[in-house]
Structures are given as C-alpha cells and as structure tokens.
Design a protein around this ligand. Structure first.
Ligand code: ATP
Ligand code: MG
Length: 366
C-alpha cells in the first residue's frame, strides 16, 4: 500500500495544502502546534473512518469555516485509488471512493490500510481495557467489513439496552416486556465479535512473542490472552453458539444487578486482553521498557497480519513516537519498517536515514 499524496482544505489549521509522499520514509518536521499530527489524523480518517484523537467532525473543521475536505491518493497492489471526504458542521460527512459516493463507512474502511503508532499506544499494556479493545477493533475492522457492521449493531443495541436499564425504576413494565429482545440481540452480536477478536488475537500473539524476543534478545515470553467478560476460557469464544448462550444467560439472570449498576454489565464492551510476561501480568510486573517493547511488538504484528491477509504492508503512520523511544527500541523499529512506506512526525531531526523531509509551519507544508 502506498499513499501518494493528499490534499487538504480547511482542515484544522490547514487552509489549503497539497502534499506528495515518497514511497518510503516521509518525515513531517516542525515546531509544536504547526500541523504535523493534523496531516496524520487526516490520512487516518480516510483509512479508519475516525480521528485517533477522539475528535468529532466539527472539531476537525477549521475555525470559522463551514466544511473541510480531505482527498487521499493511494495504490494497492491492484490499482490506484482515491478517497475524498467532506466534513460539514451541520450535516453528515460525504465520502467518495474513486469518485463514487459511499453510504456505509464499512465499504471504505480498510481500503487504505494503515497502522498507527502514537505515544498513547506505548502504554497499551498498563492502560485500561478500552485501549486494548480499541487495538483489536481498529485492526480487525480494516480486515473484516463484517466486524464493523457487527460492532455498529452492537453499539446501537447496547445503547438501547442501557436506556431500558436506566428507565427501569420508572417503567418496569416496558423493561420486563422488552429486555429479552435486546439481550438476545446483544448476545448474538457479542458472539460474532468475540470470535473474530479471539481469532485475531491468536495470530497476533505468536507474532508479538517473536517480535518481542527479537527486540529484547531476552528469554522472557509475552502472551496475550482474550479475557472475555463472562470469564470463560479463550476457547469458548471461538464457538459463537456457546458464547451467545453464555452471554444471554448472564444478561437474563442478573436484571436487578444491572438495574442497580444502571448499565449492561456483560458483553464485548467489557472484554479485555490479559497480557502476561513469563506468566505474570505484564501490567504489574513488567518494567516500563518491557511494556513498551510489548506495545511495539503488538503494533508491528498488526502490520504483519495485514500483510499476510492482503499481500502487502499497510502504510505506517508514526505520530511522535520515535522521540519517545530509547535508542535500542527506536533503531529496532526503524529497521523493522525499512522498505515500507512510513509517514512520521517529529519536532527534532532524527537519524532515520534516507527520507523525504516535509517542513511544517503554520499549516503549510514544503
Ligand atoms: N478546528 C481547528 N481550526 C483551526 N486550527 C485548529 C483546529 N484544530 C486544531 N487547530 C490548530 O492546529 C494546531 C495543532 O496542530 P497539530 O496537532 O497538527 O500540531 P503538531 O505540529 O502535531 O504539534 P505537536 O508537535 O505539539 O504535536 C494547533 O495550533 C491548533 O490550534
Ligand atoms: Mg503532534
């Protein structure tokens, strides 16, 4: 996958810019607040469908403007493609892929495949479960459109079910009449999602162990295990019927607990990945350096699985990560992603060998 370039209008602090990328390493260099991450965010938006900074659409539109536009040219092994996205303050975004309007984001996501490395990802081991679920969600979404649809349906059903739980005190009758319907839907989508997550994790953990040992040259072995909120062995989640039955049982037998908590207590929105190092929880026992090595290994695995599935590497987006790493890990990463397309940002000049340097100054790129 190669991103040839992008053109951006009224996006954050960028009034208008056309940027061409080299097929290998590209470095966006500039002082703080000049617009380096904005470009990475724009490309990621056309890849994954949302901002990695959690921004909503209006936030990404330049102050005082009514809309923004991003257009990205890229090629996969088969053909040249373009994704153009229009963001508006007062209506839904419009997306075109190869000049054809797209109505479902799941049709676009994964066309321009990418792996993002940013400083927050380096703490995936010690952060809360949401970040680890996000790791799986983003990676799998790019490979399996069915995953995106299931996740979207799950989120909708969860919202409905949570509302029903919150309203139960005032309206127990509606709760009693409809809760089973929502529980069934939720359990069904949860089973699909959990199965795809476990399948993915099983591939990732082999690669994570191998990258980790390569990087550290040590004897420690990291292991990633799916920790579903129903507390079953990982194997169960490969069996969609068993998973659905298990979640449905939990959701049916604990109404009072859920009403007390005011929310749905079981489901894939509560699942986690347990990360061990030599059989001990890495979150607690691994050193900060080891935790970072595991995080980098997880990201590199994401690129590797993408290549196994699609026959080519995704583009590697590195926002501010090199400066966060010590020399050993930095060199390992640079060496691993050699020969692939990289778009990275940095404030300082870093030793990355041959690279196209793009200077960034107040939303201008040259
Ligand atoms: N909606 C917006 N409209 C106009 N400017 C915006 C908008 N959103 C953010 N900005 C501006 O964009 C700039 C931040 O850009 P960006 O995050 O790309 O910086 P950066 O070069 O990556 O900086 P750092 O090195 O600190 O990470 C800030 O100056 C911010 O005020
Ligand atoms: Mg930045």
């Amino acid at each position: 996958m190669i991103c040839h370039g992008c053109s951006v209008n009224n996006y954050r602090n960028v009034e208008s810019a056309q940027i061409e990328f080299a097929d290998e390493v590209n470095v966006l260099v500039g002082d703080n607040g000049q617009g380096k991450t904005n470009i990475v965010e724009a490309i990621y938006l056309c890849s994954v469908g949302r901002s990695f900074r959690g921004a909503d659409e209006a936030e990404m539109i330049k102050f005082g403007e009514s809309g923004a536009q991003i257009s990205v040219d890229f090629s996969d092994s088969v053909r040249k493609q373009n994704i153009t996205m229009h963001l508006f303050r007062d209506k839904r975004r419009q997306v075109e892929q190869n000049r054809v309007k797209i109505t479902r984001m799941s049709d676009m996501i994964g066309s321009l495949s990418s792996v993002l490395f940013c400083p927050e990802h380096l703490s995936v081991v010690k952060e809360g479960p949401a970040m680890r679920r996000n790791y799986l969600d983003i990676a799998i979404s790019q490979l399996r459109p069915v995953y995106i649809s299931a996740l979207q349906r799950y989120t909708k059903v969860l919202k409905q079910r949570n509302k029903l739980i919150r309203d139960a005190e005032d309206d127990r009758r509606t709760f009693n009449e409809t809760i089973d319907f929502w529980s069934d839907q939720l359990a069904a989508e949860a089973a699909t999602i959990a199965r795809l997550r476990v399948e993915y994790l099983r591939r990732a953990r082999v690669l994570v162990a191998s990258f980790f040992s390569d990087m550290t040259g040590g004897r420690e072995v990291p292991e990633l295990i799916y920790a579903g909120s129903s507390h079953d062995e990982e194997d169960m989640y490969l069996d969609a019927a068993a998973t659905k039955a298990k979640y449905l049982k939990l959701l049916s037998e604990n109404h009072d607990r859920e009403i007390g908590a005011g929310t749905t207590l079981w489901g894939i929105h509560k699942d986690d990945i347990t990360i061990n190092l030599n059989d001990h929880p890495a979150r607690v026992f691994a050193s900060q350096g080891q935790q970072r090595s595991i995080a980098l290994a997880m990201k590199l695995s994401e690129g590797e699985i993408c290549r196994e599935e699609r026959g080519e590497y995704p583009i590697f987006l590195l926002d501010d990560v090199l400066s966060e790493l010590d020399a050993g890990r930095r060199n390992y990463l640079i060496n691993e992603i050699k020969g692939r397309q990289v778009i990275m940002t940095t404030c300082e000049t870093l030793p990355v060998g041959d690279a196209k340097v793009i200077k960034v100054d107040g939303g201008r790129y040259y």
